[in-house]
Design a binder for this molecule. Structure first.
Ligand SMILES: Nc1ncnc2c1ncn2[C@@H]1O[C@H](COP(=O)(O)OP(=O)(O)OP(=O)(O)O)[C@@H](O)[C@H]1O
Length: 241
């Protein structure tokens, strides 16, 4: 791997008696789509929260393009280029789609510029036509795209997507995967958490599997799909690729 855009080393996080992350290390290449899989409670969202500055790790280093992120506030980390979507798509229901996306743009722009940029982001995700719709009236696939647009409005180098496909049917998932691939072709690096294994195997260049806060495996989708511990811990013995 040429110089990684993100380098995580020895990351650990404890909540009281629970070791939620234990000595997690991995690198992410520029414009890579990296998947993070693991059973419920494995520590996936905690990993994202530590990367994005919502939690402070107890130990370990996180370097984004050579800059240390540990101890920085989330808006500083977003300013440096790492932005996370939220698992339960928390949009302001009473506000328009445009205003929801505009909020992300305020990180770097004044209101007028952020509005224009928000429209551009909505175009990128194919939702320019519903910019004035109230966010509370959106379908699940629209909400997922608005959440991606809001993250894009911060102009990230790395986008962390936390289960944005959770409520989508097969066709909607395929469409969102196509969007993620397009964003990568435009230069974005993406780290994805999803439970849907087929989608992850199809979408990701590389996958890390975690279980009980520890990294269990790391490799190509094909390697992960046949890794004995991953199969036992997560995929189920019946899974075969
Ligand atoms: N703020 C917190 N305080 C205490 N415990 C927490 C906190 N956040 C997460 N945990 C615990 O840490 C463990 C890892 O949780 P996390 O949400 O990271 O798992 P996950 O892999 O994202 O799960 P899921 O697939 O269900 O979203 C769980 O046991 C969870 O209950």
């Amino acid at each position: 791997m040429s110089a990684p855009i993100l380098s995580v080393s020895g990351l650990s996080k404890r909540f009281g008696g629970l070791q939620a992350l234990h000595d997690i290390s991995f690198d992410v290449a520029r414009t890579e789509i990296l998947g993070v899989i693991g059973p419920n409670g494995a520590g996936k969202t905690t990993l994202f929260n530590n990367l994005a500055g919502l939690h402070r790790p107890d130990a370990g280093t996180i370097m984004l393009d050579g800059v240390s992120l540990v101890g920085l506030k989330p808006h500083r980390i977003a300013g440096l280029g790492l932005t996370k979507t939220f698992q339960n798509v928390a949009l302001f229901a009473e506000s328009s789609v445009l205003d929801n996306v505009l909020i992300g743009g305020l990180l770097r722009h004044g209101v007028a510029e952020a509005r224009a940029f928000a429209l551009h982001c909505l175009e990128q995700v194919g939702l320019a036509g519903i910019a004035q719709k109230q966010a509370g009236e959106l379908s699940f696939p629209e909400r997922a795209r608005v959440e991606v647009a809001r993250a894009l409005a911060t102009q990230p180098k790395i986008l962390l997507l936390d289960e944005v496909m959770a409520a989508l049917n097969h066709a909607e998932m395929e469409a969102l995967m196509a969007l993620i691939r397009r964003l990568r072709e435009g230069g974005l690096t993406v780290i994805v958490i999803e439970h849907h294994m087929k989608a992850m195997l199809a979408l990701c260049d590389r996958i890390i599997a975690i279980s009980f806060g520890r990294k269990l495996a790391e490799g190509s989708p094909a390697e992960i799909a046949r890794h004995p511990e991953v199969v036992a811990a997560y995929l189920g013995r019946a899974h075969a690729v």
